[in-house]
Write a protein that binds this ligand. Structure first.
Ligand code: SF4
Ligand code: SF4
Length: 386
């Protein structure tokens, strides 16, 4: 008899699943899903696993990440069980399981932790600026004098190294769950298969989110891409081009660095506006039926980061020194929790997890194929011996 794990259901409801108890297993959602196929069939299978509390089956499957949350299944469900929302909740659940630090479950399950962690990181950043800033020149705007580039660069690199390392360890844990199945998988994968699939899958799916285009509503795909390129551009400016981006020089309006900065800001503001308006009016769109508190935290921090970044530029070009320095400090205070909490532990991590899940799904397929051919060869030789 199938056993319902009420605790698991309670947990994924906190993470955004709506009412999967209402599901009567008709299979419409799987039939309509443009991304489900024979090898990776979802969301119905995931609903069954969730109802039975089969956490291990869920955590060792790449399926939650193969869903791009287009909402077509939710729209079709005759029981209004919101299968798309369940897939989203399972991605949040998987994120909490991959994270080795234990911070991700706290972010997803405790609003108090989220609030306090955000506040502490903001205050810490303000304190760092207070102790490390350079001379405050008030006769004219000297941003790179107030915030020496070499110090900001060191800060950038430290954060990049720490967050990148945590994210990589979490991705390795994802690999252990999905491909190695925590040591259960016996079929060895040759190095050339790892490399070939990595090259075939990772860059394409990371830079184009290609599978998204199979969903009916192309607007989600395009908006997603705009946001990804907005982040990407901000990342390049702050990490690789900081010496030219955070400068005392006054560039003309059409200078390439300013154009890149404005492109990034407009892309991010558009994405934030699109998603916030969608979530505020949410009832019409199946993908925004439910907003987790982390969704709002992400949107608010991203909006404030972009807005303060733009204001620094405006105040600088209006020749307002103190307004520039104060806004720059606020900008750093907002960007720190956005990066520290979101990149390895929450919303932002899906940008890395999803392409890796597609890669791991392919590797898993390989181990299953090799495993089953080994089994059939072994049984054939047994038969021959008999
Ligand atoms: S369409 Fe709805 S009721 Fe049917 S299997 Fe999917 S979630 Fe369950
Ligand atoms: S939200 Fe879209 S991609 Fe995800 S399971 Fe439903 S139909 Fe498939």
């Amino acid at each position: 008899m199938e056993r319902v794990n009420a605790e698991f259901l309670k947990k994924i409801k906190t993470l955004g699943a709506f009412d999967i108890n209402a599901c009567f297993s008709c299979g419409n959602c799987t039939a309509i899903c443009p991304l489900s196929d024979e090898k990776n069939s979802f969301p119905r299978k995931m609903i069954r696993y969730s109802l039975l509390g089969l956490e291990e089956k869920i955590i060792t499957s790449p399926d939650p990440w193969l869903c791009y949350y287009c909402g077509e299944c939710t729209e079709t469900c005759p029981r209004e069980a919101d299968p798309g929302g369940l897939m989203m909740a399972l991605r949040r659940f998987a994120t909490t399981k991959y994270d080795f630090t234990g911070i991700s479950p706290l972010i997803y399950l405790s609003k108090t932790f989220k609030f306090i962690a955000t506040l502490v990181l903001m205050l810490l950043t303000v304190a760092l600026v207070y102790f490390l800033h350079g001379p405050i020149i008030t006769s004219e705007v000297k941003l790179a004098t107030f915030a020496p580039v070499h110090i900001t660069e060191i800060g950038d690199l430290v954060i990049l190294f720490l967050l990148g390392s945590i994210l990589l360890i979490n991705i390795y844990r994802m690999y252990r769950f999905i491909v190695l199945q925590e040591g259960k998988s016996r079929a060895k994968i040759p190095l050339k298969v790892y490399i070939k699939e990595f090259i075939n899958i990772l860059p394409l799916n990371f830079f184009t989110q290609l599978k998204f285009k199979f969903c009916e509503n192309k607007k989600y795909w395009i908006t997603h891409l705009i946001i990804v390129y907005g982040y990407g551009m901000a990342f390049i400016l702050v990490v690789f081009l900081l010496r030219w981006f955070q400068t005392d020089e006054f560039y003309p309006f059409m200078h390439p660095i300013r154009i890149l900065g404005y492109f990034s800001a407009i892309a991010l503001l558009y994405g934030v506006a699109y998603m916030s308006i969608g979530r505020i009016k949410h009832r019409k769109e199946p993908v925004w039926k439910f907003s987790h508190s982390t969704d709002w935290m992400f949107l608010i921090l991203l909006f404030l980061t972009t807005l303060t970044g733009l204001l620094v530029d405006v105040f600088k070009y209006l020749h307002l020194p103190m307004a520039t320095y104060i806004t720059y400090t606020i900008h750093l205070a907002v960007v720190t929790p956005l990066l520290v909490l979101e990149v390895p532990f929450a919303k932002w991590s899906h940008l890395a997890y999803r392409p890796f899940a597609i890669y791991f799904a392919r590797l898993k397929e390989y181990t299953e194929k090799v495993g089953s051919s080994e089994v059939s060869t072994a049984s054939k030789s047994k038969e021959a011996e008999m």
